[in-house]
Design a binder for this molecule. Structure first.
Ligand SMILES: [Zn+2]
Ligand SMILES: [Zn+2]
Length: 174
C-alpha cells in the first residue's frame, strides 16, 4: 500500500478499523515510510459508535461493523450495504459454513440459510449428511469453496506448521 501511495505523501490519510489496534500499527508503518499526514480513528468503529450514541452525533458509518467474536458483526446503522453471497439479496449477516471441514466465513440470507442448511454450497450441505467417519475420510480429498480443505486453518496447528515451512524456505534461500 505504501508503494501504491508513494507519490501522495503529503495527502491526508485517515485509517480506521474495528477496534483501533490494526490501524494503529498500519499508521505507524505509513509514518515510518514518510507519510506526513496520517490520522487514525482512536478506538476504531466500536468507540466511534459509542461516542455517536453517547453524544447524539450524526452517525456517518453505514451498515455493520465486523467483529471477531461469535456475533460476527455489530449493527451501527440500519443501512444494509452488503449482499448474500449465494443469491445476491441485500444482507449483511456473516456466518461460518455449517460443514466444519469447510467453515468458510461468508454472508448468507435467511432464505439461503434454510435452503443450504447453513452451508456455503450444495456440496457442503450434502457432505454434512454423510456419517462422521466417512466425512473425516473424504475431507482429506475433497475440495470445498474452491480450495482444498486446509486442515487447521482456523485453529492454531496448521498455521504454526505453515510459518515453520516458510521460515525453513527463507533460511535455505540465504
Ligand atoms: Zn441468499
Ligand atoms: Zn462450505
Amino acid at each position: 500500500m505504501a508503494d501504491l501511495l508513494a507519490d501522495q505523501k503529503d495527502k491526508k490519510i485517515v485509517m480506521y478499523c474495528t477496534g483501533g489496534i490494526r490501524c494503529e500499527k498500519a499508521s505507524a508503518y505509513l509514518k515510518y515510510r514518510g507519510f506526513r499526514n496520517v490520522f487514525q480513528l482512536e478506538g476504531g468503529i466500536i468507540e466511534y459508535a459509542r461516542q455517536v450514541q453517547a453524544n447524539q452525533l450524526q452517525n456517518k458509518f453505514l451498515g455493520k461493523n465486523f467483529v471477531f467474536d461469535e456475533r460476527l458483526g455489530e449493527r451501527i446503522s440500519d443501512v444494509v450495504i452488503a449482499h448474500c453471497h449465494q443469491c445476491g439479496a441485500p444482507c449483511d449477516d456473516h456466518t461460518n459454513c455449517a460443514n466444519t471441514f469447510c467453515h468458510l466465513l461468508f454472508i448468507q440470507c435467511t432464505e439461503c440459510r434454510d435452503k443450504y442448511e447453513g452451508c456455503c454450497s450444495e456440496q457442503c450441505r450434502d457432505f454434512n449428511y454423510l456419517p462422521e467417519d466417512l466425512r473425516r475420510e473424504r475431507a482429506k480429498m475433497e475440495q470445498f469453496n474452491g480450495s482444498r480443505f486446509r486442515h487447521g486453518h482456523f485453529k492454531g496447528g496448521g498455521r504454526i506448521n505453515c510459518s515453520l515451512t516458510t521460515h525453513r524456505r527463507h533460511a535455505s534461500q540465504r
